[in-house]
Design a protein around this ligand. Structure first.
Ligand code: NAD
Length: 376
């Protein structure tokens, strides 16, 4: 079974779908691999490293995917790229949840077997393939570095001959995968950290990382299905905004990560709240891609309002390409081994993982693939 690892072409994208060590493991278990020249260089991997791992290197997308039975991507391929993928091949990557109808039609027209890690069920058995968690961990870490770099303050307590410097105070909003990683990173830098989430179950995790949990009297109202958050009514949202606002005069950095699957990000920081922060404070809004937790966030930009820097980073995991690719490649490796153990295709739609992350298969949309009796 021949695998293709093309170069990513989306703006700002520096990750690569498979690293040389994952290629080596796949080659050892019977796969062949073709890497597009330069595919891994931004993530720190030369063409020679892929060759040493057993891959061949070819020039250009079309040559790379020619004859491939599976194409490994980070981001969605362009329309031209989809047209170049051999009919019936598998396509694996962070390919959304089927919201782009035109792209879905292109996939169906090529009869591609499209498996998207955005749609992977968040069940224990799928944890090894969970690229959303891997990328969220990268994002949480990098958000704190952005904030520290943008702040005029030290994060740690400093006792120097020139006097004692108080530690920075960091407030993390949303303590899912990214938020917990942000807490851990800010703590390692020595900041005093507090956090809030609508899911009370995360309180212990927050505390075990050395941060304080900000309690709000909302009970389980924000707990939705599958361990995710759900939307709150406007009265509770306003209560949360007021409690957050009450702490901002004493906060140097806000890292906001609050998100609800399939919905606009909850508004936690209206403009009036930003105005309560001290001059020189920093907000890094990781929810920028889904509308932002801060009303002033401009996706993809850094702005200054009320003397507060507000970052709305996009594709932040791509700015940590070496380790983001290492984690992502491991997730994709697990997915292809799940779909084609020892290079033998076994796509079983009775399996929850296979069914959950499949967007199209043999010209059909995911909702036409039944749980039973569909084994390729
Ligand atoms: P996410 O990106 O959907 O949301 C980030 C956080 O924002 C969540 O913790 C959510 O509760 C919080 N949030 C939503 N609305 C909020 C509000 N108004 N105020 C404050 N916080 C708000 O979440 P995620 O990081 O993808 O993880 C969500 C859950 O899924 C977590 O419990 C995580 O542990 C779980 N998970 C399970 C697995 C698995 O079992 N395989 C894998 C990954 C994540």
């Amino acid at each position: 079974m021949r695998l293709a690892i093309p170069r990513e072409t989306a703006p700002r994208e520096q990750r690569v779908s498979l690293t040389p060590d994952t290629v080596a493991k796949l080659v050892k278990s019977g796969f062949q691999a073709v890497v597009e020249a330069g595919a891994g260089i931004a993530a720190g991997h030369t063409d020679e490293a892929y060759q040493k791992a057993g891959a061949t290197v070819s020039n250009g997308f079309a040559a790379c995917v020619s004859g491939a039975q599976a194409v490994f991507k980070v981001r969605e391929p362009s329309a031209d790229e989809v047209a170049a993928i051999p009919e019936g091949a598998l396509l694996l990557g962070l390919l959304g949840r089927g919201e782009d109808a035109e792209q879905m039609a292109r996939y169906r027209a090529r009869r591609l077997g499209v498996f998207s890690l955005n749609a992977l069920p968040r069940i224990s058995r799928a944890q090894k393939m969970d690229a959303l968690s891997s990328m969220a961990a990268c994002a949480g870490y990098k958000a704190v570095l952005l904030a520290a770099n943008s702040s005029g303050k030290f994060f740690p307590l400093m006792m120097t001959a020139a006097g004692t410097v108080a530690p920075s105070r960091v407030f993390v909003l949303g303590a899912g995968v990214a938020g917990l990683q942000a807490i851990a990173t800010a703590r390692r830098l020595g900041a005093v950290v507090e956090a809030f989430d609508v899911r009370p179950a995360v309180k212990e995790e927050v505390q075990s990382l050395g941060a304080a949990f900000v309690d709000m009297p909302i009970g389980d109202a924000g707990v939705g299905a599958g361990g995710y958050a759900k939307e709150l009514d406007e009265q509770r949202n306003e209560q949360i905004r007021q409690t957050i606002a009450g702490r901002l005069a004493n906060t140097d950095v806000v890292i906001s990560t609050a998100s609800i699957p399939g919905k606009r990000a909850p508004l936690l920081l209206p403009a009036a709240s930003v105005a309560l922060m001290k001059p020189g404070s920093v907000i890094v809004d990781l929810a920028a891609e889904s509308g932002g937790n801060c009303a002033l966030t401009k996706p993809g930009a850094i702005i200054v309002e009320h003397h507060v820097s507000i970052h709305g980073p996009l594709d932040i995991a791509a700015t940590l390409p070496t380790h983001a690719s290492q984690m992502y490649a491991r997730n994709l490796y697990e997915l292809i081994v799940h779909l084609a153990k020892d290079a033998k295709l076994n796509v079983d739609f009775a399996d929850e993982i296979t069914r959950g992350c499949c967007l199209t298969y043999e010209g059909r949309a995911a909702n036409e693939l039944t749980a039973v009796g569909k084994t390729a």
